[in-house]
Design a protein around this ligand. Sequence first.
Ligand SMILES: [Zn+2]
Length: 301
Amino acid sequence: MIYKSRSESAELLILNALNKRMSLTEKDKQHYLVLRKGYEGEVLFDSMTEKLECQCLILNDLLLRINHTVFQIDALMITSDTVHIFEVKNFEGDYYYEDDKLYLTNKKEVTNPLPQLSRSETLLRQLLHHLGYHSPINGKVVFINPEFSLFQAPLGKPLILPTQVKRFLNRVNNSPSKLNGKHKLLAEKLKSLHLTESPYQQLPSYSYDEVRKGMICDRCNSFEVIVEGKRCICGDCGGEEKLSEALLRTIEVFKLLFPERKINTNEFYYWCNEAVSKERIRRFLKKNLNMVGIHQWAFFE
Ligand SMILES: [Zn+2]
C-alpha cells in the first residue's frame, strides 16, 4: 500500500510555470525537461507498485538527512524482512555499459546511477541504525522506459531493465510478507523525516516584470483566454473551463512564483492581465483566501 505519495517538486512546478511565462535559457530548459522526464518515469513506476497486493508500505520520493548529508530516494518499500529502495531512470534510446560507465551509443557518457544508488543505500543504512532498525536494504536501479536498451548490461549488478520490471514486482508480490507495528512505525518515522525543501534546487533568477501575466488555457497553454460569464474559453483550442477553477490555478501559480508578494484585488487583477473585472476578483479572493488586515491595507493569504 502507498504510505507516502509523490507529487511534483516545487522546483518542477516553478520551472513548468516559468517555461510558459518567459523564455528560459537553453540550459534551464534542458534542466526542466530532464526533471519532467524523470518525474514521468517515477509516476509510471508508481502506477506499477501501487498494484502490489502483498503486505508492504511504499514511500515515494523521500528526501532525508543523516549527519548533515542529504540524500534522496525515488521509492522505498518496506516488506517484513527487507527495505527495498529504487532509483528510477526514465532513459530512452540505446546505451552501453563499459568499465563501470554508462554511455549513449554515440559514446557520450551519462551519469551511472549505480554509485548514486550505493550512496543512498549507505546513508539509509546509517539512518536506520540510528533509528534502531537493522533490516537489510536491497537497492535497485530501475530503467522504466520501454524504449530503453542497454548493451553489455553487466550481470550481477542491481539493475532492473524495462522487460524485467513486471517480473521483479511479481516476485516481490509473491514473497510472503507479514508486517507488524514496528514496520508501520518505521514508515511513519521516515515520512516525518522527509525534507520538503531540496538543497539541490536549480532555479533561474526571475523577476515579476519578466514574467508574462495572464490566464493560461489548461489544455494548450495559450494565453488567448476569454472570460464569458462563469466560463473561460480558449481562443486557440476552444477548450472551456469554469472561471473559478481557472482563477484558482492562476492564483496558485502566482503564490508559487512570488511567495513574498502580498495578494490583494489590484495585484491579482493585473496578474490576470485585466481579463476579469476587479469586482469579480475581489469576490473570488474573499471566497477562496483568508483576508488579513482591513480596508485598503487588507491582503489575502
Ligand atoms: Zn487552449
